[in-house]
Design a protein. Structure first.
Lengths: 335, 122
C-alpha cells in the first residue's frame, strides 16, 4: 500500500507541476521568461533534492511532515497569484520535498531494486499528461491530497519508517567512492541523452519511460546486476540496428531500464543516507538540463553506460567481499 | 507516417563484413594468448563483431577527417574497455591479463588495418 500511494503521488506531483508550468507558459509571451521559469523550476526541483534528502536522513521523523509541506507548496505554486517566478519556486520546492521524502521512504522500507523502480516510473507519465494539458492541475492536486492523507495514515503504523543506521564495520572506502562516482557519472551522461521527442508521440515515449524504469528493477532482482547490465547493452545494440520508431522505442526502453539500477546501487553505497543517495542521482540530471553539449551519439552512450555500470558493479562487489572477509576472518587464522 | 518507417532495415552488410574481418584477425590472437575454451573465444568473437559494428556505425556519422582523427583514439579505447567488460562474463579473475590481451588484439588489428589501407589505396 505504501508503494502504491507513493507511486500514485509521484504521478500526481509531477503531473501537477507540469500542468501548472504549462498554464504559466501559455499566458507568458516572453520566450526568455518561459525559459527562466523552467530553469528555476528544474534548479530547485532537481538541485535541492540532495540537501532535502540529507536533512531527512538526519531527522527521519520529518518525513511525515515533508509530505503535507510538499502538498502546501504545490497548492501555492498552482493557485497563489504571486508572480510567475515565485510560483515556479513553490512548485520546484514542493516537487523537491516530495521526491526527497518519497525516495528516502522507499529506500528505507525496501531493500530490493524493484520498488525504487516502480516508485520512479510513474513521474514521466504524470509530467507528460500535465505538460500537454490532458489533465488539469486541480485534478492532480486532488490526487496529491488523497495520497498524502493515505501516506500519513500509513506512516502512523509502527515499522513503516525504518531507521537506517550505519551497518557494523561499514566505512566509505576508496572503491566504494569510485563506484559512487561511476554511478553518478552514468546518471549525468544519461541526462544528456533525453533529447527532444516528436510531439506526435506525446504519451508514447513517457509510457516507455515508465515501462523501462519499472521493468529494470524487477529484472535486476530476478537476474542479478551483471546479467541485467548485459541485457540492457544487448537490447541497446539491437535497438540501434532497427530504424524508425520501433528502434527509438527500444532504445528508450533500454536506457530507462538502467535508472532503477543506478538508484539502487547508489543507495547501497550510502546505506545510512538513503535520502542523500536519492537526491544525488536526481541532482546529476541537472547538467543535462542546463549544459548544451549537443546530442551524444547513441552508440557512444550505450557503450559508456555499459562500461560505467559494469565497472561500478565490479567495484561494489569487490568492496563487499573485502568487507565480509574483514568481518568474518578465516577460522584457521583465529587461533 | 509512411509505413516503411516502422520496418526494420537489414544490417549494413559493409559494416558486417568489416566486423567479421576484425573478428577473424582478433579471435585467433585471443586464442593464442591462452583463452582456449570454446565458450571464451566464441564469446570474444561475438563481442568483437558487436563492438566493431557500433564503432563503425558511430564513425560513419562523422562529417570530416579532422573530427575522425580527434575521436578515433578515444573511441578505440572505449572499444577496448567494452570488450574487456564483456569478456568478464566468460573469463574469471586475472583482470590485468585479460585487459592486456584485449588491448593487444585491438592494437594489432588496428595497425594491420592501417597497413592494409595503405597497401590497398596507394
Amino acid at each position: 500500500m505504501l508503494l502504491f500511494f507513493l507511486t500514485l503521488m509521484h504521478f500526481a506531483v509531477d503531473g501537477c507541476c507540469g500542468a501548472a508550468l504549462a498554464d504559466h507558459a501559455t499566458v507568458e509571451y516572453d520566450y526568455t521568461a518561459i525559459l527562466r521559469l523552467f530553469a528555476l523550476y528544474n534548479l530547485v526541483a532537481f538541485g535541492g533534492q540532495w540537501l532535502a534528502g540529507l536533512a531527512l536522513d538526519k531527522r527521519p521523523r520529518w518525513i511525515g511532515g515533508a509530505l503535507p509541506c510538499a502538498l502546501l507548496l504545490l497548492g501555492a505554486g498552482t493557485w497563489l497569484n504571486a508572480g510567475i517566478l515565485a510560483q515556479a519556486l513553490c512548485l520546484g520546492a514542493g516537487n523537491c520535498l516530495f521526491h526527497a521524502a518519497g525516495g528516502s521512504l522507499v529506500l528505507r522500507r525496501f531493500r530490493t531494486c524493484a520498488e525504487p523502480g516502480v516508485f520512479v516510473s510513474s513521474g514521466a507519465v504524470g509530467l507528460a499528461l500535465g505538460l500537454n494539458g490532458f489533465i488539469p492541475d486541480d485534478a492532480f492536486l486532488a490526487v496529491c491530497a488523497v495520497s498524502t492523507a493515505a501516506l500519513l495514515l500509513l506512516l502512523r503504523r509502527p515499522g513503516t519508517l525504518i531507521s537506517t543506521e550505519k551497518p557494523k564495520g561499514f566505512t566509505v572506502t576508496l572503491p566504494l567512492l569510485a563506484c559512487l562516482l561511476l554511478l553518478l557519472g552514468c546518471v549525468t551522461l544519461r541526462g544528456f541523452g533525453g533529447g527532444g521527442r516528436s510531439t506526435e508521440y506525446a504519451l508514447l515515449f513517457p509510457c516507455v519511460f515508465m515501462l523501462g524504469k519499472a521493468a529494470g528493477g524487477f529484472i535486476c532482482d530476478k537476474m542479478g546486476w551483471g546479467k541485467t547490465v548485459l541485457g540492457v547493452f544487448l537490447l541497446s545494440f539491437l535497438a540501434l540496428q532497427i530504424k524508425g520508431l520501433p528502434g527509438a522505442l527500444l532504445l528508450t526502453l533500454a536506457f530507462n531500464m538502467t535508472m532503477p539500477l543506478t538508484l539502487w546501487l547508489t543507495s547501497r553505497c550510502l546505506p545510512h543516507l538513503p535520502g542523500l543517495a536519492f537526491g544525488l542521482t536526481a541532482g546529476c540530471l541537472l547538467p543535462g538540463a542546463f549544459l548544451n553539449l549537443g546530442a551524444i551519439p547513441a552508440q557512444a552512450m550505450a557503450v559508456a553506460v555499459f562500461i560505467l555500470l559494469s565497472a561500478a558493479g565490479m567495484l561494489f562487489e569487490w568492496n563487499e567481499k573485502r568487507r565480509q572477509k574483514q568481518e568474518s576472518p578465516c577460522p584457521n587464522n583465529a587461533s | 507516417m509512411p509505413e516503411q518507417c516502422f520496418l526494420a532495415t537489414p544490417l549494413n552488410t559493409g559494416l558486417l563484413f568489416i566486423a567479421g574481418l576484425t573478428a577473424i584477425i582478433e579471435t585467433p590472437l585471443f586464442w593464442l594468448c591462452g583463452y582456449r575454451r570454446p565458450r571464451q573465444y566464441m564469446w570474444f568473437a561475438a563481442v568483437n563483431v558487436i563492438s566493431n559494428i557500433l564503432l563503425n556505425e558511430y564513425l560513419s556519422t562523422l562529417q570530416d577527417i579532422e573530427t575522425y582523427n580527434a575521436v578515433i583514439l578515444p573511441a578505440e579505447l572505449l572499444v577496448v574497455l567494452l570488450e574487456f567488460f564483456l569478456c568478464l562474463y566468460t573469463v574469471d579473475g586475472k583482470y590485468g591479463r585479460l585487459l592486456l590481451t584485449v588491448l593487444f588484439t585491438n592494437a594489432f588489428s588496428y595497425l594491420l588495418g592501417v597497413l592494409l589501407a595503405d597497401v590497398l589505396y596507394f
